[in-house]
Design a protein around this ligand. Structure first.
Ligand code: GZL
Length: 328
């Protein structure tokens, strides 16, 4: 009897091994819906996804949504019709995904989220999220700023009693925008120094350099001599704002302290030129982790519901030394 049981166990084991081998060996086809190409960060994210797909031997069906949620929904529907093995996407905004994800679930195609977060009525509509912790990024922005203001003993330019802050927000409704805003505001509210700060204005620049410059121009038009700090929710908007600050005859990083998020090469160059004060890293290099996780999912392995990638804070003082090692 023991022999029979042993043989049975062996043959079941062989079948499971063969099945997992089949997933490993079979070339996977993964549909990926990317937001667009709105920033240096997004381009780095896209390049990393494509390179990682090659490295992992995955047949990648890549779609660029040109900043439109409806294009992402169309792309996901196409992936379903093509019967891809797995669907990945970066949700441009947090809501409006339930219906299309129900279609994917009905088609028994697992969904893996990258970068931004989403809000759905049923968490089983996606398997997991590989992303960036925008709330912590926002808290890191305020913590660095508060330390800098005290270290440099910076006083309000208009002689008043408040350090006036303007904020360039990201895409309206994006988790990166709400997360960074909530993190910044919570850290400010919890600070013993909260009464010395005032949010003078806050408006979306949609994560683009062009809009960042335009909105900063409008801020300067109405408050040129009152603005002490710019918090830009990504480096591209900060780079646009720097152009507006210089055009207004002010000195960026001196008259107006500038702190932003992402850590792209462009802001490191600006910090080296003395035109920005700090960047909080938001790591776009998520491709490896994404495809490793995708393979685990398709192998039937359990994966964490949410994983964040590592991120640091880079003040201008370290920019020159760190720049050569930057990968994006
Ligand atoms: C953040 C990412 C944001 C970047 C922007 O995780 O989604 O989108 O901060 C990008 O640069 O456009």
């Amino acid at each position: 009897m023991k022999l029979v049981k042993g043989l049975l166990a062996l043959s079941i084991g062989a079948v499971i091994a063969a099945q997992s081998m089949s997933v490993q060996a079979k070339e996977l086809t993964i549909g990926f819906s990317q937001i667009g190409a709105e920033s240096e960060w997004r381009t780095a994210n896209t390049n990393d996804v494509k390179a990682a797909a090659k490295k992992h031997g995955v047949n990648l069906k890549f779609s660029d949504a040109q900043q439109k949620q409806e294009n992402q929904i169309k792309a996901i529907r196409t992936f379903i019709a093509q019967k891809v093995d797995l669907i990945g996407f970066v949700p441009i905004v947090a809501t409006g995904w339930d219906n299309i994800l129900r279609e994917a679930k009905r088609a028994k195609i697992p969904v893996l989220i990258m970068d931004r977060d989403l809000t759905v009525s049923d968490p089983s509509l996606y398997v997991a999220k590989i992303g960036t912790d925008s709330y912590t990024e926002g808290r890191k922005v305020f913590d660095w700023l508060d330390g800098y203001i005290h270290e440099k003993n910076i006083k309000p330019r208009n002689g008043g009693d408040k350090i006036n802050i303007v904020i360039l927000e990201g895409t309206v409704g994006a988790s990166a925008t709400t997360g960074r805003g909530n993190g910044f505001n919570d850290a400010l509210k919890e600070s013993p120094n909260k009464d010395m700060y005032n949010i003078l204005a806050s408006q979306t620049g949609d994560f683009t350099r062009q809009k960042g410059q335009e909105v900063m121009e409008s801020f300067l038009k109405s408050n040129r001599n009152d603005i002490d700090v710019l918090f830009a929710m990504n480096d591209d908007m900060a780079l646009g704002a720097i152009q507006a600050i210089e055009a207004a005859g002010l000195v960026p990083a001196k008259d107006i302290v500038i702190v932003s998020v992402d850590g792209v090469k462009g802001i490191f160059q600006a910090m080296i030129e003395g035109k920005s004060n700090a960047t909080v890293e938001c790591n776009p290099l998520q491709g490896d982790l994404f495809f490793e996780t995708a393979k685990k999912i398709l192998n039937g392995e359990a994966v964490p519901k949410s994983v964040f990638v590592e991120e640091g804070v880079y003040p201008a003082e370290v920019a020159k030394d760190v720049f050569p090692s930057r990968k994006y």
